[in-house]
Design a protein around this ligand. Sequence first.
Ligand code: NAD
Ligand code: TDX
Length: 355
Amino acid sequence: MTLAFSNGKGVIGTVDAQDAFEPERIVVTGGCGFIGSSFVHHVVRERPGVHVTVLDKLTYAGNPDNIAGLPSDRVELVVGDICDAALVDRLVSGTDAVVHYAAESHNDNSIADPSPFLKTNVEGTYTLIEACRKHGARYHHVSTDEVYGDLALDDPAKFTEETPYHPSSPYSSTKASSDMLVRAWTRTYGLRATISNCSNNYGPYQHVEKFIPRQITNIIDGVRPKLYGKGENVRDWIHTEDHSSAVWDILTKGRMGETYLIGADGEKDNITVLRMILEAMGRDPEDFDWVADRPGHDRRYAIDSTKLQRELGWRPAHTDFAEGLKQTIDWYVANESWWRPAKEATEARYKAQGQ
Ligand code: NAD
Ligand code: TDX
């Protein structure tokens, strides 16, 4: 049987009934990070019947304040490591699905020290899929477009689900490795899994080590923003709330064993984004420093999300990047107490790298 779904005006997609899935209890790993916490908020807001257990190690990137204030009968935080097999086994035994966000997520850190990336991104994923296999839980794997490597700046192509894997950095190669584990577990053991590969996210609660929050908070601090290389690298920006709605759709309507690319046609080069931030904050658009380039710096990412849109009817809600950026800037201006504790150490790390 096939189920149709509509946007209120007409049918925009269908899904096989056998794949439609309505979880009551989910485990969200990395739910105190930037994107995982957005997903937790999304589920609490949009799905009143669903209980969320967040499993998060609270590394430098995890902050329990990101999910503070959510109702305690809907959201439980378990502080722990996804590599802890006994803990993972216990949590997965009582859940319908695992949505896996936890990761070491920053390329620059992976270049400075790859070891935690191997541990968390590869061994952590292995630990989770083994538990899901044992207990028959559904598994959704959150990954990145960086597994496909990069595109030339003048190439009209975009990544699709058929693009060969070609990761460049220690971070993206560990994410690619984790995707491969999920694919193998799906085929060999019949793990009931889906995978999504999303482009660059922006929005509130992003760590100040990442490009957009780093520049916003530098400007607030009266420090000149830092642009790598020639500033011509292109990223395909998507608001984190759109990433969250897409992951929910894939979890509940996606076909087993399938990969879906998530993107919102938000390609911009870095210098353009930086000038937009400077202008939105009332500064001279040329008031920034050129700094050393990232080794192996991927040139361009671009996502073709046709499959997700056509099969599952997903659409991004935040299509005005300038407006989303302005709201993001306003959030950092209004929430200095959230980012201030991480700022000094982050900038000290960059300074040591000449960035
Ligand atoms: P983040 O660094 O902001 O958050 C990561 C979270 O995982 C933190 O809360 C941290 O405490 C937790 N964590 C780290 N190691 C852990 C461990 N061993 N056990 C338990 N918890 C652990 O990352 P993010 O930007 O929110 O990214 C989340 C996911 O989305 C990652 O898998 C990332 O690869 C993927 N992704 C990110 C982007 C992006 O633009 N940021 C784009 C596509 C995909
Ligand atoms: O200070 C900076 N100056 C600068 O020019 C920083 C921190 C970055 N950059 C550049 C590098 C990139 O071209 O900006 C671009 C974006 O950098 P990041 O925010 O570090 O993101 P990126 O490396 O593209 O990876 C992000 O998107 C894909 C996330 O961090 C990953 O987790 C995700 O998988």
